[in-house]
Design a protein around this ligand. Structure first.
Ligand SMILES: NC(=O)c1ccc[n+]([C@@H]2O[C@H](COP(=O)([O-])OP(=O)(O)OC[C@H]3O[C@@H](n4cnc5c(N)ncnc54)[C@H](O)[C@@H]3O)[C@@H](O)[C@H]2O)c1
Ligand SMILES: O=C(O)C[C@H](O)C(=O)O
Length: 317
């Protein structure tokens, strides 16, 4: 059985993630961590969630704290702490502000929970994963971000609708930045195990329109309802279930890569990875020419932003 800790637990994503994670059968303890001053809100969240556990028949020990040191002994720590963007902002606009929060948090986690897996959700997620890796001092297999998993799910849903098939029949991936330079892997997209390009209706597929929709999904949802919650919350639970169930599923998450993909790397970015109780392990891949070029561009973009953020963090210390 496992202890899961959620940071930023008073926020939109943190609160809903607590609900989705509580459904995972391997979770015995859940700790909600918020900022000092938010004790009443945290207590209210715990009571409300406990009611839902009773109604559902879930047996999870739930507690809250404003002291991150209580995360000691966690198997997985999920970091949703930080500012979200407004609809008129790019995720990268949040980089330095959230890096300061993530660096401080990661340092404490490295000291109090050296064996944990640290799961970063805070945006820009690829850059925050690099910050968390550096400042926690944890091993690369222990630190990962939500990356392009949610983007891959968004594309999967659009493809299922276009081909009028059940969403579970579609396998697809987006790699690279969780942002404008993301790269869809049409070469790795199948329906019912059949490569998508071998299907008769493939020629009419509005591929560019679909990827543009995925790129602007977060922004559109934020404009309409203020925050993306259900998509990220379920995506977070999928990853936690994969870890705690030692499932060895291949999901597309942000992870430090050296040069596993066509020699491109030295950055934290969305890549397919095998995920189990020991952490996250990137899968070496063979891509098509245009996919390699797109990925290389995305890596360069994230490497530059990451380097700038790291430099500013060091200056600010
Ligand atoms: N990677 C993804 O796919 C994805 C999806 C959704 C949201 N996000 C990101 O997750 C983060 C949280 O989003 P949200 O909608 O829940 O935001 P929110 O404003 O509802 O919640 C933010 C949480 O962070 C905490 N927080 C803010 N500043 C802090 C600080 N200085 N120190 C400690 N804690 C602090 C708040 O108290 C709150 O609990 C944002 O950065 C958002 O962009 C990422
Ligand atoms: O778009 C955002 O800012 C939130 C998140 O990254 C998302 O894609 O839902």
């Amino acid at each position: 059985m496992a202890k899961v800790t959620i940071l930023g637990a008073t926020g939109n994503v943190g609160t809903f993630a607590a609900h989705t994670i509580s459904e995972i059968p391997y979770v015995s303890d859940m700790l909600l961590v918020g900022r000092p001053g938010r004790e009443h809100y945290l207590a209210g969240c715990c009571r409300d969630l406990s009611d839902s556990f009773a109604a559902r028949g879930t047996d999870v020990r739930l507690s809250y704290s404003t002291d991150l040191l209580d995360a000691e002994g966690s198997d997985v720590i999920i970091c949703t702490a930080g500012v979200p963007r407004r609809a008129d902002q790019n995720r990268n606009d949040l980089a330095f502000e959230n890096a300061q929060i993530t660096a401080k948090t990661a340092e404490t986690i490295g000291q109090c929970a050296p064996d944990t897996l640290l799961f970063v959700v805070t945006n820009p997620v690829d850059v925050m994963t690099a910050v968390a890796l550096k400042y926690s001092g944890l091993k690369p297999r222990q630190v990962f971000g939500l990356g392009t998993h949610l983007d891959s799910m968004r594309l999967k849903s659009l493809i299922a609708r276009y081909f009028r098939v059940h969403v579970s029949e579609v396998h697809t991936r987006i790699i690279g930045e969780h942002g404008d330079s993301m790269v869809p892997l049409w070469s790795a997209t199948t329906i019912g195990g059949i490569r998508i390009s071998n299907l008769p209706t493939f020629s009419g597929l509005p591929a560019q329109e679909m990827i543009d929709t995925v790129k602007t999904s977060g922004e559109a949802i934020i404009r309409d309802k203020g925050a993306t919650v259900y998509g990220p919350g379920e995506a977070i639970a999928t990853l936690v279930r994969t870890i705690l169930g030692n499932e060895n599923r291949i999901l597309t998450v942000s992870r430090y890569i050296k040069r596993e993909i066509h020699g491109i790397g030295d950055v934290c970015i969305g890549v397919p990875a095998r995920i189990n109780r020991d952490g996250v392990f990137p899968i070496p891949l063979s891509l098509e020419e245009d996919e390699i070029a797109g990925f290389a561009e995305s890596v360069e973009k994230i490497r530059k932003i990451t380097a700038e953020v790291m430099e500013r963090l060091e200056e600010a210390r």
